[in-house]
Design a protein around this ligand. Structure first.
Ligand code: SF4
Length: 341
């Protein structure tokens, strides 16, 4: 695809984008639930897509971060435990960040072929599209994912879920697993004040579409103290997952860390709040509920057999320590555990 224009923005080059349509006096982006209308020369809310000559263009291959880690860091606990991952991110504004860790910066362009070559050289089983919302570098991600599959490397999306069903359908055959990240349980009041979309409905639609496309799913929920720690909202989200997806979808309750500029005056989420949410999520019917992103290691990031309570997979601070499963079965009672191996 040709590079169509050089600009002075953070993204050095732009290329023709997918998933948009023409309207009277402009174009509309159909990539995410914001559905921006862009008249000539206007840039979308995400800052990543632009109307140039009544066509949509997008940034091209400027990676912001790249690191070799494991799928547990996404967090993905029921998909090839311990699998090594090349985790990459394009550019993304703060509102679209998924993880806020300090990461090795790349800050240069790499072609999709170079990324897959790097993955092969590192001997990874998975490429993860993460840190910044991957749909914001959709075209690039789709190219990398397609090439990765050709090299028998799996692809993992870590997303806010603000991605349209159309976009999911286009890329689904190359995506093996997805982690969809909620904040404050998708509480509409919280979303209206702090997020780019004002209701969780588009995220629920994306989840349904991912399920339909048979993508392995896990869900995270960052519990934000004072402004997004309502246990009832968390229970509602858990009930929705049980009813609309499956009781076997792993649910990760994440501790909030005040490293995000916007909320730096808030405390860490207390363990007692996370435990109250976990108890209700279990009661709502979810089989695998975890507490993660904690500064102190805790037992709630381990996988236990839902039938006999045998400890099957032990993790410490998101790192795999021990796995005693017999393929996908409990080593104690033999029941099948919902883990992709
Ligand atoms: S990806 Fe979303 S925010 Fe960005 S231009 Fe498209 S609709 Fe707007």
């Amino acid at each position: 695809m040709a590079i169509v224009k050089k600009t002075k923005t953070a993204q050095e080059t732009w290329e023709e984008a997918q998933i948009w349509h023409k309207e009277r006096n402009g174009i509309r982006c159909d990539l995410c639930a914001v559905n921006c209308f862009l008249s000539k020369d206007k840039v979308g809310v995400c800052g990543m897509r632009k109307n140039v000559g009544n066509s949509m263009v997008t940034s091209n291959g400027a990676l912001k971060a790249m690191v070799v880690d494991t799928v547990e860091k996404r967090p993905l606990f029921h998909f090839h435990p311990g699998a090594k991952s090349l985790s990459i991110s394009g550019d993304a504004p703060d509102n679209w960040r998924i993880e806020h860790d300090r990461l090795p910066k790349v800050g240069r362009s790499m072609t999709p072929e170079q990324v897959v070559k790097m993955a092969e050289k590192e001997g990874v089983e998975v490429i993860s599209y993460t840190y910044g919302e991957p749909s914001l570098f959709f075209e690039y991600m789709a190219k990398v994912a397609k090439l990765a599959h050709r090299s028998s490397i799996k692809n993992v999306l870590s997303t806010t879920g603000v991605i349209s069903e159309e976009a999911i359908k286009r890329v689904a055959k190359y995506i093996d697993a997805a982690v969809v990240n909620f904040k404050a349980s998708g509480n509409p009041e919280f979303m209206a004040s702090h997020q780019v979309i004002k209701s969780p409905e588009p995220i629920f639609d994306a989840l349904k579409q991912l399920k339909k496309q048979r993508v392995h799913l896990e869900i995270t929920n960052t519990i934000i103290p004072q402004i997004g720690d309502n246990v009832e909202s968390c229970t509602k989200l858990a009930e929705h997952i049980v009813a609309e997806l499956a009781p076997t979808v792993p649910f990760h309750l994440l501790q909030f860390h005040p490293t995000v500029e916007k909320f730096s005056d808030l405390p860490f989420t207390p363990m007692s709040t996370l435990e109250a949410c976990a108890k209700e999520a279990n009661r709502a019917g979810l089989r695998y509920v975890y507490i993660g992103n904690m500064i102190e290691p805790n037992d709630a990031e381990n996988t236990f057999c839902y039938n006999c309570r045998e400890l099957l997979i032990q993790r410490v601070s998101g790192n795999l320590k021990k796995n005693v499963m017999q393929k996908d079965r409990c080593s104690g009672c033999g029941v099948r555990i919902d883990v992709v191996i």
